[in-house]
Design a protein around this ligand. Structure first.
Ligand code: GDP
Ligand code: FE
Ligand code: FE
Ligand code: FE
Length: 195
């Protein structure tokens, strides 16, 4: 595991070590899968492969930060206080970038935006945002009904993959009678509609 450019004052090895120590083994394996898949999607979509690999690798860095730490950061670091009504599923992207900047010293705004958007997506999505969003969904460790179709669609057309994921995530959340983060719905209205 090695990144040529780390977009950080830390070395590649230091980033890998910090990532590993901040999560479970399973989550770490997932991040490696997302990194490799992001690299492949970057190649297919003519994007910087090394940058996509790094963004994919760190995307869930803050997934297992404690609820207390999240609440404290949301209250004191200038975040929208409505975030206090949500949970770590939503926080680890949007607020997770706080910990990524603090601990991994990553300052690149494209990478931070891709992390911010990796769970909910957004109305505006850059190529890197789409790559990380989709790599997270289809990396080899993922197994859910429809994942093979999601892979096929995404490798053929990245934008259609984004629409597929948003539609299926909304179906899944509604099935569970879970709360929809408004940005997820806004993103669906842009990327999910077929006409
Ligand atoms: P992971 O971090 O690799 O597990 O994947 P994600 O970051 O993509 O998603 C984390 C969780 O957030 C998943 O279980 C999604 O279904 C869930 N999620 C995505 N959008 C929403 C939303 O609008 N509302 C809620 N409640 N959960 C969401
Ligand atoms: Fe995530
Ligand atoms: Fe995701
Ligand atoms: Fe993930």
């Amino acid at each position: 595991l090695f990144f040529k450019k780390t977009y950080s004052t830390l070395s590649s090895a230091e980033i890998v070590a910090k990532e590993k120590s901040n999560m479970t083994e399973d989550r770490f394996e997932h991040c490696i899968g997302v990194s490799k898949t992001a690299q492949k999607l970057a190649e297919l979509n003519h994007y910087d492969e090394d940058k996509a690999a790094l963004a994919g690798f760190i995307h869930d860095y803050a997934k297992q930060v404690s609820v207390e730490d999240y609440r404290e950061v949301i209250k004191t670091k200038g975040f929208d206080q409505d975030l206090l009504n949500w949970n770590r599923s939503i926080w680890h992207g949007i607020v997770g970038t706080y910990f990524i900047q603090r601990d991994l010293k990553i300052t690149d705004s494209e990478i931070l935006t891709a992390v911010r958007r990796h769970t909910t997506a957004d109305v505006e999505m850059t190529t890197l945002d789409k790559i990380v969003f989709m790599a997270d969904y289809i990396e080899p460790g993922r197994s859910f009904p429809g994942v093979e179709e999601a892979r096929k669609i995404t490798y053929a057309n990245l934008d259609k993959g984004v629409g597929y994921q948003l539609a299926h995530t909304l179906e899944f959340l509604i099935e569970k009678r879970d709360k929809i983060y408004p940005r997820t719905l806004d993103a669906y209205n842009v990327w999910g509609i077929e006409e």
